[in-house]
Ligand binder design. Structure first.
Ligand code: TYC
Length: 102
């Protein structure tokens, strides 16, 4: 858009920079106690994965210690983390779920 520079009356091109909101990775952490089936259930229930997909990601976390289970806006990522942590706590499993800026 052309903006007058206010002094000389010269039009100056001003570019409007539109920043996309940052995205956040939701991470699931391994532990020695949470049952595998429980983790699979969480991935199906809160992350919309198929059983096969959920099983695969669960095994990745089990073997490597951590995996990204989804990428979301800040608010959605926060909701996912809260849902997983609350559900795990209610079932008395030590499962940990966190988020980090992509
Ligand atoms: N390591 C757990 C077990 O052997 C399974 C597990 C997988 C736990 C993924 C947490 O995020 C996790 N029962």
């Amino acid at each position: 858009k052309d903006d007058d520079d206010g002094e000389s009356g010269v039009a100056v091109k001003t570019r409007t920079r539109t920043k996309r909101p940052p995205l956040y990775k939701v991470l699931l952490l391994n532990d020695d106690f949470t049952p595998m089936e429980f983790v699979v259930h969480i991935l199906e229930r809160f992350f919309g994965m198929s059983h096969a997909q959920a099983f695969e990601i669960m095994l990745t976390v089990h073997k490597r210690g951590v995996a990204v289970v989804g990428v979301f806006s800040h608010e959605i990522a926060e909701t996912k983390v809260t849902q997983v942590m609350d559900f795990a706590r209610r079932h008395q499993h030590p499962l940990q779920c966190t988020m980090e800026k992509e």
